[in-house]
Design a protein around this ligand. Structure first.
Ligand code: IPE
Ligand code: IPE
Ligand code: MG
Length: 266
């Protein structure tokens, strides 16, 4: 597999070192969500088929997961295949499913070496039997890992997840377990695919597109957005550091005034 690797010269290495040093380890995001976009364009720029870009995106996944775990981030969620992506040409969908099978299987050892647990959100039932099988196996084999949870969003969309939660809540109402008047935001959150997954503090999207494409719609109500011009296969550890540093320079007010936030810092 061709990987866009180039060795770093001394000044680049120092720059990289400085970048990681400027991250405030006490104010790390717990959960980083990423829309991995731009694989097709990356391949097309090289005169290759789109699937070549998807293959080269795997290295970016490795680097990002490793960097996040090393820093102490507890959860990352990677948007790998959306509900809408089923509408792509059959050959591309098939190639993506095949790539998932190979990658999930091939990464189990690295996930275990790094103490990372693999999990999934999305309409898993719609995935091919082979993907489901590899996923189940990888989730089982990494279930005891505690350093970081890596969520893959597969056959996922935010509206699908909200709809799924509504159906579950409605069923409880129908069974007489719940009074509609008593439904709270917390209850809705508890019916999402992974109720223990906290809302992401940052959502990163690569490839210079400024939209969230139906990703984590419920959970990103107050998430900080970071848009990178890099195409996903070019995304590296330093790009993640840059997004975290940018996030750490923002003031999150949650509807309050700046003065209230500053005063509370004491
Ligand atoms: C993201 O890259 C990967 C998936 C959506 C599966 P794209 O395939 O969307 O690449 P572009 O946006 O067409 O360049
Ligand atoms: C979003 O990328 C989905 C994933 C990254 C899996 P798309 O490339 O499918 O998004 P749109 O359709 O351009 O918004
Ligand atoms: Mg795209």
């Amino acid at each position: 597999m061709a990987v866009n690797s180039k060795s770093l010269n001394l000044s680049e290495m120092m720059e990289k070192e400085n970048l990681i040093d400027t991250i405030d380890k006490c104010r790390l995001p717990k959960h980083i969500a990423i829309i991995m976009d731009g694989n097709g364009r990356w391949a097309q720029q090289r005169g290759e088929q789109r699937v070549f870009g998807h293959h080269n995106g795997v290295q970016a996944v490795r680097e990002t997961a490793e960097a996040a775990a090393e820093l102490g981030v507890k959860f990352i969620t990677l948007y790998a295949f959306s509900t809408e992506n089923w509408n792509r040409p059959k050959e591309e969908v098939d190639a993506l499913m095949q790539l998932l099978v190979i990658t999930i299987n091939g990464e189990i050892k690295t996930l275990n070496d790094n103490n990372i647990r693999l999990r999934v959100i999305g309409n898993v039932q719609d995935l091919t039997p082979q993907v489901k099988k590899e996923l189940e196996e990888a989730m089982e084999k990494t279930a005891g890992n505690t350093r970081m949870d890596l969520f893959l969003a597969l056959s996922y969309s935010g509206r699908w997840e909200i709809l799924d939660a509504i159906k579950k809540v409605a069923a409880e109402v129908k069974e007489g377990k719940l009074d509609p008047e008593q439904i709270t935001e917390k209850m809705v959150s508890d019916h999402m695919n992974a109720p223990d997954l906290p809302d992401p503090e940052i959502l990163i999207r690569t490839s210079g597109e400024y939209r969230t494409s139906n990703f984590l719609m419920w959970q990103t109500a107050y998430t900080e957005l970071f848009f990178s011009p890099k195409l996903w296969p070019d995304f590296r550890k330093e790009d993640l550091y840059e997004a975290i540093i940018d996030f750490q320079h923002r003031e999150r007010r949650f509807g309050k005034t700046s003065e209230q936030i500053i005063n509370c810092k004491g």
